[in-house]
Design a protein around this ligand. Structure first.
Ligand SMILES: CC(C)(COP(=O)(O)OP(=O)(O)OC[C@H]1O[C@@H](n2cnc3c(N)ncnc32)[C@H](O)[C@@H]1OP(=O)(O)O)[C@@H](O)C(=O)NCCC(=O)NCCS
Ligand SMILES: CC(=O)OP(=O)(O)O
Length: 332
């Protein structure tokens, strides 16, 4: 079964409620319509009812719950909770009410925080920073995790590399200049995410412009150090590096450039050395190899809030919403 079809089946088995706060945006409303008609998740839309229905003209949004912050009965509670969480950072009741009334992203994250939704998906019109900042501020990290990072699930057509063409690319969305310690943490989190979502054994490659010492540079040293830390911290996973991309995923190149490595040539979890490489890398594979690209999906956050590329399609939003639902199931 295709990756996304398997995720849809899992989402259906225990339906979760996903808030889509970019509720005036046509691709989001198309996705909401599909999510509802295929009974994949329950959908909450945020904003003024008439405006949302006008934006979704021709779509059946009858089963969507629409919550308008202007008339929301629980607003006082949300304001009090936001002040409690952020007063040390200068949040007052007035500023909390203003943010929650005017910014659907903050409102959506508060719905998740308060248990009125199980997860949130946005980013079809908002930048990644604007989508993820409220969730980092309000939801914080999951127990036992210091660093929130993100990944894409990439499904490459007609590809035998990785897990029959399915990969995780990380971090392609959030952590801008990871240290060696942060890269090691991203590797461990990504291995767990691969197991939880794809189901196969994760095989993690730490990427570089060098394979096993073929180049020397402080950037290479960082990946070498990250590999050592990740191997120490996550002995339950197969992790190795530093690898160039071909040595990581092509068995014959892996054998010739990194002989003896049990990981080289078989990698399905690609850990990029920084966000430039990760973000450019996923877009190259998405656009030139016509891969499905679901994300950025966050990992290490207390409840699931996931982002999209502004270049996404309605189908991508459906995919990220069902992945969010499965993450929510796993966190309960
Ligand atoms: C996500 C992002 C906005 C966070 O930026 P930031 O400047 O640290 O944001 P803030 O300072 O407002 O941080 C908010 C809170 O989250 C915490 N935080 C930030 N990044 C975190 C992370 N990776 N893990 C855990 N907590 C994090 C901060 O410590 C802060 O906590 P506090 O306010 O309770 O003290 C930033 O990392 C970013 O812009 N990343 C790149 C996004 C991007 O453009 N991607 C390319 C397209 S996908
Ligand atoms: C993930 C990503 O690159 O997002 P955007 O295309 O919206 O910047």
């Amino acid at each position: 079964m295709k990756f996304i079809d398997a995720i849809k089946e899992r989402a259906k088995q225990n339906k979760q409620t996903i808030v889509l706060p970019e509720s005036l945006e046509r691709r989001t409303l198309d996705a909401a319509c599909t999510l509802l008609s295929e009974e994949l998740v329950d959908v909450v839309l945020v904003g003024e009812r008439e405006a949302i229905l006008k934006a979704g003209e021709g779509l059946d949004l009858g089963k969507a719950k629409i919550v308008d912050p202007a008339t929301f009965e629980g607003m006082d509670q949300y304001v009090a909770e936001l002040v409690k969480l952020r007063e040390k950072k200068g949040m007052t009741p007035e500023s909390a009410r203003k943010i929650l009334s005017t910014d659907p992203l903050f409102f959506g994250v508060m719905m998740v925080k308060q248990g009125d939704a199980d997860g949130m998906v946005a980013g079809a019109v908002n930048s990644t920073a604007n989508v993820l900042r409220p969730s980092l501020q309000i939801l914080k990290t999951a127990p036992g995790t210091k660093l929130v990072s993100s990944f894409f699930v990439m499904v490459v057509p007609d590809c035998t590399y990785g897990s029959n063409g399915t990969f995780i690319f990380s971090d392609a969305g959030l952590v801008q200049n990871p240290s060696a310690e942060e890269l090691a943490s991203i590797a461990g989190s990504s291995a767990k995410s691969f197991k939880a979502l794809v189901g196969d054994e994760p095989i993690v490659g730490m990427l570089s412009h060098s394979t096993k010492g073929s180049a020397t540079h402080p950037d290479v040293d960082k990946v070498v150090e990250a590999t050592k830390l990740a191997q120490e911290q996550y002995p339950e996973f197969k992790i190795d590096g530093e690898f160039q991309l071909d040595a990581a995923i092509v068995p014959s190149v892996g054998q010739s450039k990194a002989p003896g490595s049990p990981v080289a040539g078989n990698v399905n979890v690609l850990i990029f050395p920084d966000l430039d490489a990760g973000n450019i890398g996923y877009k190259l594979v998405q656009r030139l190899a016509k891969a499905e690209a679901y994300g950025p999906i966050t990992q290490g956050i207390a409840k699931p809030v996931n982002d999209l590329s502004r270049g996404c399609t309605a189908e991508d939003i459906v995919g990220v919403a069902v992945i969010t639902a499965v993450q929510a199931q796993n966190m309960k």
